[in-house]
Design a protein around this ligand. Structure first.
Ligand SMILES: Nc1ncnc2c1ncn2[C@@H]1O[C@H](COP(=O)(O)OP(=O)(O)O)[C@@H](O)[C@H]1O
Ligand SMILES: Cc1cn([C@H]2C[C@H](O)[C@@H](COP(=O)(O)OP(=O)(O)O)O2)c(=O)[nH]c1=O
Length: 207
């Protein structure tokens, strides 16, 4: 059996990742592929338990280092229990966030070095990378408007960090995409959801 393809959706809060993960999975199924749709932090029983530790509680609950380790631990479980088995069975995997979120949030915005974060990923997940990473790009004001309309002020431990933190996250994603043009595609996330989905699908032709 040929191995499935591994696709990650990335970007800051409110850019449309969850919406597009669903739509992309549906579009791939309509083309006859088996698709596993998943998310981070989470996507397996152990990782969902770690998700609650990461997203609930006070802002200062974890040091920056502990936070990075918890994301890497959650990812290791997600890869071992959900992602690798699905790929080995020939399914496509569409995940809402993966390693690049750690590089942008805990790295670019949080101050942990990219080299250290990649080392944690090597230990936890044998360095598994997506075949393609789709970075949804939206002006910060529009992303904040969408996130606010969805969350009505009730954001989580990390989503609730200040605008300067989220600006560093956006810069971090842009830098990662520029450094790995083979793996990344930057997608304009403005406009109707269906139009954005069509843009995403068009970047997967070669896979
Ligand atoms: N293309 C779009 N245009 C307008 N609103 C959108 C679009 N895509 C998603 N939304 C809405 O914006 C909010 C954030 O989208 P969501 O998919 O949850 O983003 P993310 O997972 O990146 O945080 C949701 O309320 C969603 O319904
Ligand atoms: C996967 C991952 C997520 N995060 C953050 C990003 C989000 O603020 C939060 C996950 O929330 P998520 O449910 O993806 O939120 P949103 O729909 O707003 O994007 O965790 C990291 O900081 N590092 C990571 O490695």
């Amino acid at each position: 059996m040929t191995r499935g393809r591994f696709i990650s959706l990335e970007g800051g809060e409110g850019v449309g990742k969850s919406t597009q993960a669903k739509a992309l999975a549906a579009a791939l199924r309509a083309r006859g592929h088996a698709v596993v749709e998943t998310r981070e932090p989470g996507g397996s029983e152990g990782a969902e338990a770690i998700r609650r530790l990461l997203l609930e509680g006070s802002a200062d609950r974890w040091t920056a280092g502990a936070e990075a380790l918890l994301f890497a631990a959650a990812r290791a479980d997600h890869v071992a229990k959900t992602i690798r088995p699905a790929l080995d069975a020939g399914s496509w995997v569409v995940t809402d966030r993966f390693l690049d979120s750690s590089l942008a949030y805990q790295g670019g915005a949080g101050g942990i070095s990219i080299a250290q974060l990649r080392a944690l990923h090597e230990v936890g997940s044998a360095g598994l990378l997506p075949d393609r990473t789709l970075l949804l790009a939206l002006p910060a004001a529009e992303a904040a408007r969408r996130a606010e309309a969805r969350d009505r002020g009730g954001s989580d431990r990390i989503g609730g960090r200040d605008a300067a933190y989220h600006a560093r996250v956006a810069d971090g994603f842009a830098t990662l995409a520029a450094a790995e043009p083979e793996r990344f595609r930057v997608i304009d996330a403005l406009g109707e959801a269906d139009a954005v989905t069509a843009r995403l699908i068009a970047t997967l032709d070669d896979l």
